[in-house]
Structure formats: C-alpha cells, structure tokens
Design a protein around this ligand. Structure first.
Ligand code: PLP
Length: 370
C-alpha cells in the first residue's frame, strides 16, 4: 500500500498550530437534555428579547420557498441603497457581510501583510484578535483603563507595522464608550496613517448627545471604517447580516477581499425593512432601561460589584469562579456568559432579556450567592 498520509505537520503554519479553535455552545435542545430543563433563558449572546424588528416580520413570514433556489444579490444591492439613503452616504461606501464578524476578516485581509499587526484592547470583543492571529498577524493588546479603551496607551502601542486599530464603541463587554471629542482627538493624533475601525455593534442602544456617530466622521477621516450589525438591536442574529461603512477609496480596497453571495436572500430582505424601524429601536431601549433599573438595585443589595453602561448587557463580579457559575445557572435554566475567556476571571456577563428571564436570573443569582 502506498503511504498517502498527509504530513500535516509540514502543511500547517506555526500560527495555526498554536491557535485553539473556538468551541461554540451546544444547541438549545441538546443543552436542555443535558441539564434536564423545560425552559432555557438565553442570556449569553446579547440577543434582542423583543425579537426581530416588527417591520421585518412580514418578510420573514412570507418568504417564497422558490426563492431559496435563487442566488441572492451578490453585493446586497437594494440594502446598500437603503443604507445610503438612511445615512446620507453613497451606496458604494458600504460593504454588507455575513454578520459584522465577516467584515472584520475583510478589513484585515485587505490591509495586513506578513509582519504587520493590529492594535486593540485586551478586554473587548475577541474576534479582532482571533482573526488577526489565525491569519498570521500579531494582535497588540492594550489594557483597559477603568473598564474603558484608553486612548493614550492605544496610541503608544502603535508601531511602524501597525495597520489597523480596532475600537469597540460602546465596548462589549464593559459598555464603556468614547465621547465625540475623545474619538475626534484620537483620530487627529492617529492621523491618516492607519486604518481605524470603530465597531458600533451597540450604537443604537445609546441615548446620549455626546455619543459619536461614526458615520458622521467618515467625511473628515477617510481612514475610518465603522462596523454595524443587524444582530443586536434589529434582532436578526439568526440570519447573519452586518456591514461596514467607510470612504470610497478605503471601501474600494476592502471590497477586493470580499466573497460575494455570502449574505442570503432572506437576511437582505429582512434587513431592508428593519433598517428604518425606529419604533422598534425606541421600544427596545425602553425595555433595556426598565430591566436595568430593576436588576441593578438587586445586585447592590447582594453587595456584588458590577459594570453597567451602554448596551444590552451587564457584567457582574462573583465571589467564585465564573465557569462554576455558568454550570450553576445552567441547572436553573439560565445561560450566561462566563468571562474568563474575555480575561475577566470570576466575572459573568448577562444580556438583558425578557422581563421573565431577568426575574429568573435575579432569583437564581440570589439563590446561588446565598
Ligand atoms: C455581536 C457583535 C458583533 C458581530 O455581530 P454579527 O452577529 O457578526 O453581526 C461585532 N462586534 C461586537 C462588539 C459584537 O458584540
């Protein structure tokens, strides 16, 4: 017999050998069986408890089965026009992706070559770091200061091989955010020499005049790229759709790294309706604010340290291991996010869910702490 064994060791690059795959949690039906549950409250992924924006419901309910056989628009033609109108930009200033997760890879592929690096925070959305590292680029991670991105240390981490700086505003998981003047000062000091990515996955949750709208900065800072998603506020996480916006010149470069047809027909049609559903945004904001008002005093009563600012989530510090807490909550039918993976050992992040889910969470927490 011929030896057909693949010499994997020689095929695999060093940066892949050292990289550990992310294992997502099992599907709900499996988890329910595993933990013996009737109901499972998903408070781990910042999903919208009100569901998809109602404007998108007719599209979701009436999807013609025959359409499933037809390829979608390869570049989300209609959606980019709707986004252009909504934000006062040229439709060609947008690239739509299979979730904002996908556009992270587009940007890194477009600008980084061997030996380059990206700069971001150590305790933020981990996908920037992961995509950089498994693509063979170094992620230079800057510590947060008082739970927030620190402009000074970010700037000092930039070296001659830094191509992209990722800022998550508001930050997942801490909810902190840079004000308009802070962002502006940072962009001024970076100058046009690096790409600055502003991930605004939670921008629609912020109601504050000092919160900067990244899209308004694009005109003045052509090296700025903003990310947005339909997964959080618009409740379309299951359909996987998000986008980036930037100057024409930068977007024309990023577009070269895109795989066309990655956004399915239903996602495009639903997002097209959701994007202008401002009533849904208002109702979601009200719900989140109301639930936080109920939850935070209960955390204080338990004497627990917490971190809550913008966004649809709260971080809580527990007096024991977060991985143990995950299991204890699971046995009570509540899925939270353990934060060791975010470099916050003993912390958990809980998404603001339905009123029933939040009541179940608070009660479970009180029992677990007691
Ligand atoms: C959820 C999230 C994303 C990605 O969302 P998609 O579902 O891939 O669109 C990006 N950035 C942050 C900070 C997020 O929390």
């Amino acid at each position: 017999m011929k030896d057909t064994a693949v010499p994997l060791d020689q095929l695999v690059p060093e940066h892949i050998k050292g990289f550990e795959a992310y294992i997502p949690s099992q599907p709900d039906d499996m988890l329910k069986k595993l933990y013996g549950l009737e109901t499972l409250h998903r408070l781990n992924n910042n999903e919208n408890p009100l569901g998809p924006a109602p404007a998108a419901w007719p599209v979701l309910e009436n999807f013609p089965p025959r359409e499933a056989a037809i390829y979608p628009s390869g570049d989300a033609w209609h959606l980019r026009r709707a986004l252009g109108e909504r934000f006062g930009l040229d439709p060609d200033q947008f690239i739509v992706g299979n979730g904002a997760n996908e556009v992270i890879a587009f940007v890194i592929k477009a600008f980084c070559r061997e030996g380059d690096n990206i700069v971001t925070a150590d305790k933020t959305f981990a996908v920037y770091e992961w995509v950089a590292e498994f693509s063979g680029f170094k992620a230079r991670l800057v510590p947060l200061k008082d739970f927030a991105f620190d402009p000074e240390t970010m700037l000092s981490a930039i070296d001659e091989r830094t191509k992209i700086i990722f800022i998550c505003n508001p930050n997942n998981p801490t909810g902190t955010w840079w004000k308009r003047d802070q962002l502006e000062a940072f962009l001024e000091r970076v100058g046009g020499r690096r790409i600055v990515v502003l991930d605004e996955a939670y921008c629609e949750f912020v109601e504050d005049d000092e919160f900067p709208d990244g899209i308004e900065f694009l005109q003045r800072y052509p090296n700025l790229v903003t990310f947005r998603t339909f997964s959080k506020m618009y409740g379309l996480a299951g359909l996987r759709i998000g986008y980036l916006a930037g100057s024409r010149e930068v977007v024309d470069i990023i577009r070269r790294t895109c795989v066309v047809y990655s956004i399915n027909t239903l996602a495009q049609a639903a997002a097209l309706e959701a994007v202008n559903d401002d009533d849904h945004v208002r109702r979601t904001r009200d719900h989140i604010a109301g639930e936080k008002r109920k939850l935070l005093p209960r955390l204080e009563k338990l004497g627990l340290e917490y971190q809550s600012d913008a966004g649809c989530f709260v971080m809580i510090r527990l007096p024991f291991s977060d991985t143990l807490a995950y299991r204890k909550f699971m046995f009570k039918g509540i899925m939270i996010r353990s934060m060791t993976g975010f470099r916050f050992p003993n912390w958990i992040r809980v998404s603001i869910g339905s009123s029933a889910a939040m009541e179940a969470f608070a009660t479970a927490l009180e029992e677990i702490i007691a």
